[in-house]
Ligand binder design. Structure first.
Ligand SMILES: [Zn+2]
Ligand SMILES: [Zn+2]
Length: 383
């Protein structure tokens, strides 16, 4: 391989690299040297071609084996033994990402999120979907809001109307396969049919590729769209924005955009389903004597009556003060939990008052919780 750079070196992977690693390395290199990112850079363009060539071989187990054994020369002419009767185009398809000769298409697939060059090449195909993310506050998820999203998508190239051909030029029959899209290579007794490497099986090639989109027919564009976030939206839900995704193939419609919504958690309110929980600290005297308490809700405060003798962690329901159901099916409940707060660092006066309280505690005749506890203790010790 004198004077030529080793394929493994080109992709920056070890000779023992797993297919996944090679795929990853290739993707990185192809993005780096892609003509769209390096306009007018001849060196990058050359490198881009070499990287594709390397991947074409290393992504295919048969070819990789031959390359490892005989180097680049081994791949010229025949495909050697071991590929008897195999349909290479099928094998390339099965090789997953970037199988064989469709590397260029795959780069665009990965850059623009797909397009899937399937068998029905001239059928209109819907463009692929895109996924993006927005963050909304807890309050916004309750009231609903509107957010502008910005994302990159592929659009039909306006310079060549998506044909990929420089204006005035057109497609001509592929000189390699004479328009059939397949080439056959003989190896003695066996003959192997494979997708034409020149036209990727399309049977025709662009005479003069459009200089703007490099013959792909697509350009990248940044699109901004206003998204309506409905009231009641919960963390992790997706909003579908129809028809704003990548351009379709052969006149097919655009794909959709899915907006994943992340809702920031709140310090005061906790959401569970459409219900909300809020904890309110109360003192012993408030619990014992009862009180009127201001309780926060998502739409302002309400006054609640705490009855005398309220127990710690008492949960009260405020109907219809929870989240509105995002599909319009009613509203959740707001649960108010009263947490008993025991004072620390008492003043002398406060301490004295509690000491007095202790005296009274001896006189309390009715203590249902204590009675319950004592019975359980009795049972446990078998007395
Ligand atoms: Zn061809
Ligand atoms: Zn173009």
């Amino acid at each position: 391989m004198a004077g030529k750079q080793d394929y493994y070196e080109l992709l920056g992977v070890a000779k023992t690299a797993a297919p996944e690693e090679i795929k990853k390395a290739y993707k990185k290199m192809a993005m780096k040297y892609h003509p769209d990112r390096n306009p007018g850079d001849k060196e990058a363009e050359e490198k881009f071609k070499k990287v594709n060539e390397a991947y074409e071989v290393l992504s295919n187990p048969e070819k990789r084996q031959i390359y490892d054994q005989y180097g680049e020369d081994g791949l010229k002419g025949s495909f050697g033994a071991g590929a008897e009767g195999a349909d290479f185009s099928e094998m390339f398809k099965n090789a997953g990402f970037g199988g064989g000769f469709s590397n260029l298409g795959d780069i665009f697939d990965s850059m623009f999120g797909g397009g899937g060059r399937g068998r029905a090449r001239n059928m209109p195909q819907q463009g692929t979907d895109l996924i993006t993310k927005i963050i909304v506050t807890f309050k916004e998820s309750y009231t609903g809001t509107s957010k502008e999203i910005s994302f990159n998508r592929s659009s039909s190239c306006q310079f060549c109307n998506g044909t990929g051909a420089e204006s005035g030029s057109s497609r001509k029959a592929c000189p390699t396969c004479k328009g059939s899209g397949q080439v056959r290579s003989g190896n003695g007794f066996f003959s192997i049919s494979q997708t034409c490497p020149t036209c990727h099986g399309e049977g025709s090639i662009i005479e003069k590729p459009c200089t703007h989109c490099h013959g792909t027919g697509f350009l990248k564009e940044t699109k901004k769209v206003e998204v309506k976030v409905p009231a009641g939206i919960a963390d992790g839900m997706q909003i579908r924005v129809a028809g704003e995704g990548n351009s379709g193939l052969n006149g097919g419609p655009r794909g959709d955009v899915y907006v994943e919504v992340r809702v920031k958690s709140d310090e005061l309110f906790l959401r569970e389903g459409n219900d909300i929980y809020v904890e309110i600290p109360i003192t012993y005297s408030q619990a014992a004597l009862g009180d009127k308490i201001e309780v926060p809700t998502m739409d302002g405060t309400v006054e609640m009556t705490l009855p005398a003798g309220t127990q710690p962690n008492t949960k009260m329901r405020l109907k219809d003060k929870g989240f509105p159901d995002v599909h319009g099916r009613g509203k959740g409940v707001l649960y108010v939990i009263f947490k008993l707060e025991v004072p620390r660092n008492l003043s002398d006066g406060h301490k004295e008052a509690i000491m007095k309280l202790k005296e009274f505690e001896k006189e309390i005749k009715e203590r249902p919780t204590l009675k319950d506890y004592l019975e359980k203790i009795k049972k446990w010790f078998g007395k």
